[in-house]
Design a protein around this ligand. Structure first.
Ligand SMILES: [Zn+2]
Length: 309
């Protein structure tokens, strides 16, 4: 594994396409190339170093290390992809597409697309269940409707349409978040059971939607309405870890991206959770973790359909 502790060292390690490819080959194949079409290891490398050919009868496919990854068919060089992945996985608050465009020397449209595709890479597809003491809370994301252009306002009965996110955090551990359409018993219950292991202690505020699912856990409630913030029992009953996390998330969404459409919010949440959950990992480890998820692609049409942007 390559080691680097700063952006300067990173750029030295990944200064050319060859160096990026070499790293990707190591990451994807552990150094032993495999045909992405039939899985055979009986392959040979062409002289240019970039293209392989499968020797298997009936396959004979030609391929490079990027086939089947988000880099496939991309016009952008790997050096730029890698740098963008590095910035998103390491930089504490992420980066706006405007800023990324300047850094990489690409158009803002390209940077916007790049940002979203890397967010998919930062999504943990096999998260573990949270256990022990788990704080659960909901958060409302969205700017004031009056700040938006008239044509984009979605006022329903005079109430602004904020997007709801529910989150759970294991004390001193990982966070998981999900955008939900409504904070009702059904939505809240479903997500909590998906996030939190049975037998865990769940700490929430007194929102009624937690009561039903609370029966499946050791449920402790803190009454913010009575100005109660910490109560000492056999454990410290509070929701300060998850509230602290909401501050981090809000800072990114307000400070960097200003407004995020509800359609994309889950990806921003995933990006943020990635950095939070890997907060103790070194830069090179975070980058390797992000890159390990480069399989599969997110198409431009999927991103932009029904999108006001
Ligand atoms: Zn093959």
């Amino acid at each position: 594994m390559k080691t680097f502790k700063s952006i300067l060292e990173f750029q030295k390690e990944f200064s050319t396409e060859e160096k990026c490819r070499e790293y990707l080959e190591q990451q994807r194949w552990n150094g032993t190339p495999a045909c992405p079409f039939c899985g055979s290891l009986n392959v040979c490398r062409f002289k240019n170093g970039k293209i392989f050919k499968c020797r298997e009868k009936g396959c004979r496919a030609k391929f490079s290390v990027t086939v089947g990854t988000i880099y496939e068919n991309s016009k952008l060089p790997l050096t730029k992809w890698f740098l963008a992945t590095y910035i998103l996985s390491v930089h504490s608050k992420g980066i706006s597409s405007l800023q990324l465009a300047t850094w990489l020397g690409v158009t803002q449209k390209t940077a916007w697309f790049l940002n979203h595709r890397i967010r998919v890479m930062l999504t943990n597809n096999a998260p573990e269940l949270l256990e022990g003491i788990v704080e659960v809370d909901e958060c409302y994301i969205g700017g004031l409707e009056s700040n938006k252009h008239k044509s984009k306002r979605k006022v329903r009965g005079g109430v602004s349409s904020k997007t709801m996110v529910i989150g759970a955090i294991q004390r001193n551990g990982k966070v998981r978040t999900k955008v939900i359409p409504k904070t009702d018993i059904e939505n809240v219950g479903k997500v909590i059971e998906e996030f939190v292991a049975p037998e865990s202690t769940m700490v929430t505020d007194t929102h009624h939607a937690y009561n039903k699912v609370g029966l499946k856990y050791k449920h402790k409630k803190i009454n913010h309405q009575n100005e109660e913030y910490v109560r000492t029992e056999d454990i410290k009953v509070h929701t300060q870890s998850i509230e602290g996390y909401w501050n981090i998330l809000r800072k990114q969404l307000d400070g960097i991206h200003h407004s995020v459409s509800p359609k994309h919010l889950q990806r921003y949440c995933n990006e943020n959770a990635f950095r939070f959950n890997n907060r103790e990992a070194f830069q090179d480890e975070r980058f390797a973790t992000a890159l390990a998820n480069c399989n599969g692609r997110l198409k431009y049409e999927e991103l932009t359909s029904n999108e006001e942007k």
